[in-house]
Design a protein around this ligand. Structure first.
Ligand code: FMN
Length: 390
């Protein structure tokens, strides 16, 4: 399963094409729309979230709610297009009085993108570098999520910290896989702790007053996984690298920790590795989950628990210094309409990226043409694992 997205932030629409999807998978439009709404939610989002209410339109690959095994094309309209149709017109001449973007924002793709593309207008860069693109990713990953859901795998996320405000978790490796996704969704910050939610909102309020922006951390959890998905034999097989790469492909994501993460580097081996147990019901299991569900580049059947760090949003309402590309004078960086904090939204995008990698690993292990065959192969595999632990 693979996807590609296209579309500018202020163009007419975003497009995602998903290939390699098996036939016979049930897809719910409402489910994809609810993921899109989750991506738009979260305290601290910018004005755009009030304008846009993303809805997916499926134009190929699905018939009567089931996949055909052919490329799936998904589009999301940009509702602000009518205000941008001249500035972002695909053809014709630039309108009179068009203001080029010549004061690149530090921390954004603006300047290096312009250098690389040989343009004197950073809008040619920022339109695509904008995280608006992640809406198309969320729609695409909806297909992967439905695939995993049909196989009993659930992927969810929650926000752990924003700026200096953090939720307290005694043993997150035990608690993270036990949260009820509804408790997370009920929080404005997608955080299961009401006290921490309020503290995060207060940080955001203060940041807004100060013309500042904030980053934070969140966790992604995948549960219901079969052991042995992924691979250890070649660099490209290892799920650790594949998931890490997918998460780091999200704009503003700067760190990924698996299980104990960096804390493991501080402990001796006996306090890191998870003893193997034999459970009469579960078969082979682990006494703890410090590795966060991945051993040797493969799932070990325990929940995957990943902690992800997002940097603060680069567009600042009290902008940093930059250099005007026309005059070469020092000026303040430009201000696009912007979020103060987008950690909850990034967490939703991250769920989708993890789902995509896991869906692919399942397809590699159990076939990829149609859901009935895939399920039958998984049943056989599970049966064999049962006999191994008897
Ligand atoms: C969901 C989401 C929303 C974002 N919203 C904004 C925003 O409103 N303004 C902004 O300047 N950056 C925003 N960003 C971050 C930038 O897109 C990102 O920092 C920029 O593209 C530079 O990439 P880099 O941070 O990976 O170097 C957002 C990121 C995500 C994941």
């Amino acid at each position: 399963m693979d996807y590609i997205t296209a579309g500018e932030s202020h163009g007419p629409q975003l497009t995602a094409i998903v290939t390699g999807v098996p036939a016979g998978l049930s897809i719910s439009e409402e489910q994809i729309n609810s993921d899109l709404a989750r991506r738009q939610s979260g305290y601290g989002r910018g004005g755009r979230m009030q304008i846009e209410s993303d809805k997916v339109r499926v134009t190929s690959g699905i018939r009567f709610g089931r996949t055909l095994g052919t490329p799936i094309a998904l589009t999301i309209e940009n509702r602000d297009w009518e205000n941008w149709s001249e500035t972002m017109s695909a053809f014709g001449k630039a309108p009179k009085g068009l203001e080029r973007e010549v004061t690149p924002r530090p921390g954004h793709a603006d300047l290096v993108g312009a250098m690389r593309s040989n343009t004197d207008d950073c809008r040619n860069i920022l339109e695509r570098a904008s995280a608006r693109e992640t809406a198309a990713r969320v729609a695409a990953s909806g297909i992967a999520r439905e695939f995993l859901a049909e196989l009993g795998v659930e992927v969810y996320s929650y926000v752990v910290s924003v700026g200096g405000a953090a939720m307290e978790e005694e043993n997150f490796l035990e608690s993270a896989p036990l949260y009820a996704p509804l408790d997370i969704e009920l929080s404005d910050m997608r955080c299961p702790c009401p006290k921490a939610t309020e503290a995060m909102k207060a940080e955001i309020d203060q940041a807004k007053l100060d013309g500042e922006s904030l980053g934070g951390t969140f966790r992604v959890v995948a549960r219901g996984l079969i052991p042995g998905i992924g691979g250890y034999a070649t660099a490209g097989d290892r799920l650790t690298g594949r998931i890490g790469g997918a998460l780091l492909s999200i704009p503003a994501i700067k760190g990924v920790e698996f299980g104990l993460g960096f804390e493991a580097a501080r402990r001796p081996g006996s306090q890191v590795h998870d003893p193997i147990t034999l459970d009469p019901k579960k078969g082979f299991s682990r006494a703890s989950n410090n590795c966060g569900g991945l051993e040797g580049g493969m799932t070990n059947g325990m929940p995957i628990v990943i902690t992800v760090a997002m940097k603060p949003i680069p567009t600042l309402m009290q902008p940093l210094a930059t250099v005007n590309m026309d005059t070469l004078e020092v000026e303040q960086a430009s201000k696009e309409r912007s979020d103060v904090c987008a950690v909850p939204a990034a967490a939703v995008v991250a769920e989708g990226e993890v789902a995509f990698v896991l869906a692919n690993a399942y397809l590699e292990a159990f076939g990829c043409t149609n859901m009935a065959d895939i399920k039958a192969t998984i049943k056989e595999y599970r049966q064999r694992l049962r006999t191994m632990s008897r």
